[in-house]
Design a protein around this ligand. Structure first.
Ligand SMILES: *[C@@H]1O[C@H](CO)[C@@H](O)[C@H](O)[C@H]1NC(C)=O
Ligand SMILES: *[C@@H]1O[C@H](CO)[C@@H](O)[C@H](O)[C@H]1NC(C)=O
Ligand SMILES: *[C@@H]1O[C@H](CO)[C@@H](O)[C@H](O)[C@H]1NC(C)=O
Ligand SMILES: *[C@@H]1O[C@H](CO)[C@@H](O)[C@H](O)[C@H]1NC(C)=O
Ligand SMILES: *[C@@H]1O[C@H](CO)[C@@H](O)[C@H](O)[C@H]1NC(C)=O
Ligand SMILES: *[C@@H]1O[C@H](CO)[C@@H](O)[C@H](O)[C@H]1NC(C)=O
Length: 388
């Protein structure tokens, strides 16, 4: 009997020790929250399902700090393509499930020392026009709604009701098409948080360039022009841009960031994987086969392919300098063949191999965000690097 007791006690002690030794997990699975009254507020995805977000509640000093990270997923520029997205996360929150919070969303202070205990919100992207639309196309085929601006409004209002309005710090960030949305909504987000001292924005791989003197510029221009037309968003684009130039060019960040008043940080590769892979040579191009081979193995690229990549990088460096017009802007421009890094633990952690001026991405961003230093770090490489 005594022996039995001892064994049970030993077992309990062993279990307690195991729990104590276990570090907080580096990731967190977070359920989906619908915005309230989605249908009445028109805050719905392309298929009419409710817009929403994944929310991990802040703790300790982080309880008064808010980080929003907008999901990416491209844009649909023709109605048939939009309709094919109705049965996936790009067009419906029915597929939202659990989100895996890693990198800048990680709850582990070893991975994410500055934001691990903040209120962290990952917003589902299911409108395909960077949270800007408010229109619909009813047939032929299934009806499609473009309600991104309504989703953004509802998410911000619901978070204000949860206490965001009286916080200390806030960040609007996002990746890819969500990063472009963070740029587009940056000043608007700031305006809705008048009582928060420090509100800043972060674009993670959202700097899509026009590169008008590099081949296939017509393809890049058409991609955004068709999106703007289909989603009927020319009236919702920033007026500072549309009053100055053709609205069809007002989704290119180089035409937007110079007018933004709120501090904005551009985190991007000059050889962004997605842009080099898909915007530099269109999928339908006759050059595509050789191009795919080059991108699968950079050491076999022809001289002409290399020239194209280098010219695109040059255009990127030129375009991204527009951020310097924002006196409190910052940037971290690497040369890695990647597309969005902040949510990936390999890149967003103190162990990241991507460094500029000896700073990892998260150190550079934190120095800028907390006003420790102005940060403009740009790679000196003029060609793609593999960063693993
Ligand atoms: C949601 O709808 C209910 C009932 O109409 C209303 O009382 C409430 O204020 C609405 N909430 C929001 C956030 O719109
Ligand atoms: C979540 O992401 C982490 C880090 O990338 C990974 O180790 C883990 O397996 C993922 N968890 C799930 C359930 O997908
Ligand atoms: C960083 O690397 C060190 C040494 O390899 C390791 O002990 C530590 O756990 C790593 N940190 C993270 C956050 O992965
Ligand atoms: C397009 O947007 C304008 C406002 O910018 C609006 O007046 C018009 O009704 C919209 N058209 C459609 C089809 O939604
Ligand atoms: C890339 O091409 C070079 C030259 O043909 C070859 O030596 C190398 O093995 C290739 N690398 C991969 C990963 O296929
Ligand atoms: C980076 O850090 C290494 C090792 O600490 C040091 O030797 C080097 O001088 C530093 N470089 C810069 C640019 O600060």
């Amino acid at each position: 009997m005594f022996k039995m007791h001892c064994m049970i006690i030993a077992l309990i002690v062993a279990c307690l020790l195991a729990v104590a030794a276990q570090r907080v997990s580096s990731f967190e699975l977070v359920p989906f929250t619908e915005v309230t009254n989605a249908t009445e507020r028109r805050a719905v995805c392309m298929d009419g399902s409710p817009g929403g977000y994944h929310y991990s509640v802040g703790s300790g000093y982080g309880a008064k700090n808010w980080l929003l990270y907008l999901m990416g997923g491209g844009w649909c520029a023709d109605i048939a393509t939009c309709q094919t997205y109705l049965n996936e996360i790009r067009g419906s929150s029915r597929f939202a499930g659990m989100a895996n919070f890693t990198g800048i969303l990680s709850p582990d202070k070893h991975v994410n020392p500055d934001f691990y205990n903040w209120n962290r919100i990952y917003v589902v992207y299911c409108d395909q026009s960077s949270f800007l639309g408010d229109s619909e196309v009813d047939g032929p085929g299934p009806k499609v709604q473009f309600r991104g601006s309504k989703i953004f409004d509802a998410v911000v209002e619901d978070l204000l009701a949860k206490g965001m309005g009286v916080g200390d710090n806030a960040i609007l960030s996002g990746r890819s098409a969500g990063a472009l949305a963070a740029i587009l909504h940056c000043d608007d987000f700031r305006a809705r948080l008048p009582n928060i001292c420090r509100v800043k924005c972060l674009s993670d791989a959202g700097f899509f360039i026009r590169a008008e003197n590099v081949p296939n510029a017509d393809y890049r221009e058409q991609m955004f022009a068709s999106t703007i037309m289909l989603h009927n968003i020319s009236g919702l684009l920033p007026a500072t841009c549309t009053q100055r130039i053709d609205p069809s060019l007002c989704l290119f960040p180089e035409n937007l960031v110079g007018d933004i008043q709120t501090p904005l940080f551009i985190l991007n590769s000059a050889f962004d994987y997605y842009q080099v892979e898909y915007h530099l040579v269109p999928k339908s191009s006759p050059d595509r086969i050789g191009w795919n081979m080059c991108l699968n193995n950079l050491s076999i690229c022809t001289a002409a392919d290399k020239r194209l990549i280098i010219d695109f990088g040059d255009a990127f460096f030129k375009g991204v300098r527009q951020i310097l017009k924002n006196p409190s802007g910052g940037m971290f421009i690497d040369a890695c063949f990647v597309h969005s890094v902040a949510w990936v633990e390999r890149y967003w952690s103190p162990n990241s191999t991507i460094k500029l001026g000896n700073l990892t991405i998260l150190e550079a961003f934190a120095n800028w965000y907390f006003d420790r230093d102005s940060v403009t770090l740009v790679t000196s490489s003029n060609y793609i690097e593999n960063c693993y």
